[in-house]
Design a protein around this ligand. Structure first.
Ligand code: B3K
Ligand code: ZN
Length: 869
């Protein structure tokens, strides 16, 4: 590394000296390279400023002119271009050459298979032309693209098409104009040959919008679910948020080479094909739901992100936390609220809490960044959404929507801050959010420790709640937060006890504001059972000494489905923790009958949704369990989790088998009820696969399946139970799908999570599979990512082979695709959570990476923090 990468700090923000009001872009796409001509209208913003630094990366400069004349006053640096002696207002013309075909980082303009596409967020536009590549410079874009007509019949960019025509040598051109000023990160260009699915949507006020989804040739039948999801998103945003679409066309292009899920470029979303393509043969129910959520998410960004964008990248959660909240609400309104909430909470309690206690801990609005791409994190997105959700809880839907209205009134068409959002919520509702703002600046997971006392003579029940946020890698001192704490009390017969304090009824949401607080509830005539942190009303950990009986009671009597699931999770957690300690002490595993009975009760419940029962019967992941311990003992955790699965399988064999057989469906539909039944049936299968002689059942499930959900479930069951039929089923699948990487990802993921002793050797062997390529981020994540993240026993093998395998791969990806490398690195960052020997082995690999000659700043930032800690 020649020069150490520099950090940027939130506190150092300054408005730009110059701004760009219009940019006219011209792309000449040639076989050997692309020529980009950018004509910008530039305006001085700060009196006296006469020089300007334009960002640029990997560009070959061909020409600079100001107001039509060659401009000699410039110098090129590694980071861009410095222009000096500038007038107050001028037209800047810059011509650059770039190499899209050689761009393996998938940032800027690159080729995905045969098509050109772009990814500019966060700082990819600077790989296209020299520019003020920052989100607070908002310009109106026009874009002209010229390319070979037969190879690239579709030439797309943001906004509306305003011209097209033929050019020489079999080439053609198209011109686009985007009427909305936008920052450079929302620019997009696509050129290629696709199949096109077209539809229309009429907005509530009568705007007729053309909807176009572009997919690889031959995939048209896999685009319909994405189209339905798009129309549902547009309708939902009108109904729930009173927000309409603002252009005459909305385009989505699906590409196979993409670093993340999707990108909300104005009017022209570019999507990872994983979040567009689905039919019943190729996609699982989870894929269908994922597509709906991501299509919704990118669509909702049109208002929360595009119309109101971020002032600087430290404000990322302004658009991402809010848009995740909106997509979660969308999925919950269309499907099961409880199941959606459970999914979100599993992510918070697993990987987000883990992020908080690792070396990359940061508040949802980070203070210091080296590589912005490293901050598209679960903290900014998921915890960011929880913070919005807490405001929603504190304000209620009506005031929250008033706050949204005011936010748009004040900030539409501008680049705003998180503070602007909170202020709008505060002003619109009159709710004091002064202390609440700490959620934006304080990192880490708060812990609530609750004790209770029942006073029979006084007929009072008191709850004492202590809040404490442990120090994090980035921040030692913590303060008390405003935490909405949703509680309910139940009498022994299941009746809800009304909450009364100081002689009057109070709502369920208590406001925790101090290190310690006591709430005294009156007129409580018997010792109640408390349901706490209902709906996961705040992103915190909860400690309370529940008895098994109380938890089993809540699993049956809690009024809200989420609370019933959560009680089951707490009951499991209690016994998982106890058993891990037992195993570590050389004692035998044991699970009391009353625990089994509580789960049997759920399994047999007539009132609960199948989808919810499936969730209750799904154990927390090994990673989530790891988070409950100071030092993660991967082997003991695996052993205990496995033992519980076997205990369930043995104890509930008859019930599981009966449910499995009654839930069989002839026809595949994606109605929520059908998905729920399939999900429960497949959970039953995963337990039944643990029985002796399960080969026949699992093979039959596979052979009779008429959809990918069941096929994948059979494979997963055979894989995890290490059945004899595993190999033949895997081979059958691979023979059928080798040509389709997206479908093969499911197979690669199972290879990655294979529990067999030779898992690593096997993963290495699959890297030679015809469908595998390290150049494709989806393939890499499916095989390598699954192994490193979801196969803890083998990744953390005591001989260090898993760590070495990962760093060998990271060395390859460091230069070709640092963004993917940086995500893949995450499991190595958690070294502090493991025993000394494992720490030493992990450190060894981190040091090996740190010594790389051209270490990308994405990796540099994380590795340095991990080694520092
Ligand atoms: N805004 C993009 C993410 C960009 C990631 C850049 N590394 C997708 C989304 O959150 O909707
Ligand atoms: Zn987003």
């Amino acid at each position: 590394m020649t020069q150490q990468p520099q950090a940027k700090y939130r506190k150092d923000y300054t408005a730009p000296d110059f701004t760009i009001t219009h940019i006219d872009l011209d792309f000449d796409l040639l076989d050997s390279h692309a020529r980009v001509t950018a004509k910008s209208q530039v305006k001085q913003m700060v009196a006296g400023a006469d020089s300007m630094i334009l960002d640029g990366d990997g560009l070959t400069l061909k020409k600079i002119e100001i107001d039509g004349k060659a401009w000699p006053h410039y110098s090129e640096t590694t980071e861009g271009l410095i222009l000096s002696q500038l007038p107050k207002e001028f037209e800047l013309l810059i011509e650059t050459d770039i190499d899209p075909a050689g761009n393996t980082s998938l940032e800027g303009l690159y080729k995905s298979d045969g098509a050109y596409c772009t990814q500019c967020e966060a700082e990819g536009f600077r790989r296209i032309t020299y520019y003020l590549d920052r989100p607070d410079v908002l310009a109106k874009f026009t874009t002209t693209i010229t390319a070979d007509k037969s190879a690239y019949p579709f030439l797309l960019s943001n906004g509306n098409k305003v011209g097209e025509g033929d050019a020489d040598n079999g080439r053609h051109w198209v011109k686009w104009e985007d009427p909305h000023a936008k920052p450079s990160y929302l620019f997009a260009l696509v050129a290629g040959d696709f199949d096109l699915l077209s539809d229309r949507y009429t907005t509530r006020s009568g705007r007729d919008v053309a909807l176009e989804i572009f997919v690889d040739k031959g995939n048209l039948d896999r685009a319909t679910h994405a189209m339905t999801s798009l129309k549902n998103s547009m309708k939902w945003d009108e109904d729930r948020f009173d927000l309409e679409y603002d252009l005459d066309i909305y385009m989505i292009v699906a590409v196979d080479f993409f670093n993340m899920g999707a990108m909300e470029n104005k009017g022209l979303n570019v999507f990872n094909s994983k979040y567009v393509l689905a039919n019943s043969d190729t996609a699982t129910d989870t894929d269908y739901l994922g597509i709906e959520a991501v299509i919704g998410h990118e669509y909702f960004h049109n208002w929360t992100g595009n119309r109101v964008t971020c002032r600087d990248w430290f404000q990322l959660s302004l658009k991402e936390g809010l848009t995740v909240f909106r997509d979660q609400e969308f999925s919950s309104d269309l499907g099961s609220r409880a199941v959606n909430r459970i999914g979100n909470v599993r992510i918070m309690r697993g990987p987000q809490f883990a992020e908080d206690c690792g070396p990359m801990a940061h508040p949802i609005r980070p203070e210091k960044v080296i590589e912005m791409n490293n901050f598209y994190t679960l903290t900014v997105y998921e915890k960011g959404s929880e913070v919005i959700r807490m405001m929603h809880t504190l304000l209620g839907e009506t005031s929250f929507q008033k706050g949204m209205k005011l936010y748009f009134e004040r900030h539409d068409g501008t680049a705003a801050t998180c503070e602007d959002f909170v202020k709008a919520m505060e002003d619109a509702s009159g709710v004091d959010l002064v202390q609440f703002r700490l959620w934006y600046s304080q990192s880490g997971t708060p812990e609530l420790t609750v004790t209770s006392t029942f006073d029979e003579t006084q007929q009072t029940f008191s709850l004492t709640v202590k809040q404490f946020t442990p120090a994090t890698a980035d921040q030692k001192e913590k303060q008390a937060l405003l935490i909405p704490f949703d509680v309910e009390l139940y009498a022994a017969d299941g009746r809800v006890i009304e909450l009364q304090c100081n002689g009057s009824p109070v709502g369920n949401v208590l406001h925790l504001t101090q290190d310690e607080q006591t709430f005294i509830f009156q007129n409580v005539s018997e010792k109640p059972v408390i349901s706490m942190l209902r709906e996961f009303s705040a992103p915190v950990k909860l400690n309370y000494d529940y008895s098994d009986e109380e938890l089993a009671f809540l699993m049956v009597h809690a009024r809200n489905e989420f609370a019933r699931w959560d009680a089951g999770q707490m009951l499991l957690a209690k016994h998982i923790k106890a058993n891990v300690v037992r195993i570590q002490q050389g004692d035998a595993f044991s699970l009391p009958d009353d625990v089994l009975d509580a789960f049997r009760g759920v399994l047999l419940s007539k009132e609960l949704d199948a989808a919810l029962i499936a969730e209750v019967m799904t154990l927390p992941s090994e990673n989530e369990i790891g988070g409950w311990f100071e030092v993660v003992d991967v082997d003991a955790i695996h052993q205990v989790r496995d033992a519980i699965k076997h205990a369930f399988a043995d104890a509930f064999n008859d019930e599981l088998s009966a449910i499995y057989h009654t839930l069989r469906q002839e026809r595949y539909t994606i109605a929520h009820d059908a998905m729920g039944k399939r999900s429960l049936r497949n959970v039953c299968l995963s337990y039944l696969a643990l029985n002796e002689n399960a080969d026949a059942l699992v093979s039959e499930h596979f052979n009779q399946s008429n959809n990918m959900t069941d096929t994948a479930a059979a494979l997963a069951a055979a894989n995890h139970a290490e059945l004899d039929c595993r190999q033949s089923l895997m081979d059958t699948f691979s023979d059928k799908w080798t040509h389709d990487g997206l479908v093969m990802d499911k197979w690669f993921m199972l290879q990655g999570t294979n529990p067999a002793d030779d898992a690593l050797e096997n993963v290495k062997a699959q890297m030679e599979h015809a469908a595998f390529s390290l150049k494709n981020p989806n393939r890499t994540r499916s095989l390598v990512g699954a192994f490193c993240n979801n196969n803890p026993v083998h990744f953390h093998s005591k001989d260090g082979s898993g760590y070495k395998f990962l760093s060998d791969i990271l060395i390859q990806l460091n230069e070709s695709n640092p963004q993917v490398a940086s995500r893949l690195l995450d499991p190595l960052l958690k070294l502090k959570r493991f025993d000394e020997e494992r720490q030493r082995l992990m450190r060894e690999q981190l040091e090996r990476l740190a010594a790389l000659d051209k270490l990308a700043k994405d990796l540099y930032e994380k590795i340095n923090k991990a080694l520092e800690a």
